[in-house]
Design a protein around this ligand. Structure first.
Ligand SMILES: O=P(O)(O)OC[C@H]1O[C@H](OP(=O)(O)OP(=O)(O)O)[C@H](O)[C@@H]1O
Ligand SMILES: Nc1ncnc2[nH]cnc12
Length: 178
C-alpha cells in the first residue's frame, strides 16, 4: 500500500479479486480488471469502506465515467455526501466545464455541468486505477474551475511505474500499489 494518508490494508483482498490481463487493450498494457471484485459484495464493501476512510473531511465526491462511478458513489454514500458523475464528452445538456487529457491507452474529454461543485466545497476525487494520472489530474482541474477545493484523491490501485502520483498536486491515497 502507498498513501499520503493512512488507509486499511486491503493488499491481499485486491490481489485476489483484481486479476491482471496482459497486453489489453493494447500490447504492453497490464490491465487490472475490477470485474471479480465487483462481483464479490463483501470484498467490494471492504474496499469501499477503506476508500471512504481515506478521503478526509469532504462535502462532495467526484468520480469519472465509467469505473469511477462505481467506487465514487459507494464512497459518497458511506460519507453521507453528494456525488457528481464526471461524464465523458457529449453526454451532458446545458452549460458545462470540460477538460481534455491523455491516459495510458488513449485520450478523452471529461465534463461536469457548470455549477456542479459549489464555490468553496471540499472535494474528493475517486477512481479505480491511477495510471498516468491524466484522468484524475483533469478531474481535479474540473473541480477547481467550478471553485471547489480538492482535498484528496483516492484510488483502489496505483500503477507506480506510470508516474501518476507525480502529476497530482493533492494528497493521494492508493489502497494497493503495483
Ligand atoms: O491515470 P490514467 O492514465 O488517466 O488512467 C486511469 C483511467 O483509465 C481508466 O478509465 P478509462 O478511460 O479506460 O474508462 P472506463 O472507466 O470507461 O473504462 C480508469 O478507470 C481510470 O479512470
Ligand atoms: N493498466 C490499467 N488497468 C486498468 N485500468 C486502467 N486504466 C488505465 N490503465 C489501466
Amino acid at each position: 500500500m502507498s498513501a499520503d494518508v493512512t488507509v486499511p490494508d486491503v493488499t491481499d483482498l485486491v490481489d485476489r479479486t483484481v486479476p491482471v490481463v496482459a497486453d489489453w487493450p493494447e500490447p504492453g498494457v497490464q490491465f487490472r480488471d475490477i470485474s471479480p471484485l465487483l462481483a464479490d459484495p463483501q470484498a467490494f464493501a471492504t474496499v469501499a469502506d477503506a476508500m471512504a476512510q481515506a478521503t478526509g473531511e469532504v462535502d462532495l465526491v467526484l468520480g469519472v465515467e465509467a469505473r469511477g462511478f462505481l467506487f465514487g458513489l459507494a464512497v459518497a454514500e458511506r460519507l453521507g455526501v453528494g456525488f457528481v458523475p464526471v461524464r465523458k464528452a457529449g453526454k451532458l445538456p446545458g452549460s458545462t466545464e470540460s477538460v481534455s487529457y491523455d491516459l495510458e491507452y488513449g485520450s478523452a474529454t471529461i465534463e461536469v455541468p457548470s455549477g456542479a461543485v459549489a464555490p468553496g466545497q471540499r472535494v474528493a476525487v475517486v477512481d479505480d486505477v491511477l495510471a498516468t494520472g491524466g484522468t484524475l489530474a483533469a478531474t481535479v482541474e474540473l473541480a477547481r474551475r467550478c471553485g471547489g477545493e480538492v482535498v484528496s484523491a483516492v484510488v483502489l490501485i496505483e500503477i507506480e511505474a506510470l508516474g501518476g502520483r507525480a502529476v497530482l498536486d493533492v494528497p493521494l491515497a492508493a489502497l494497493r500499489t503495483y
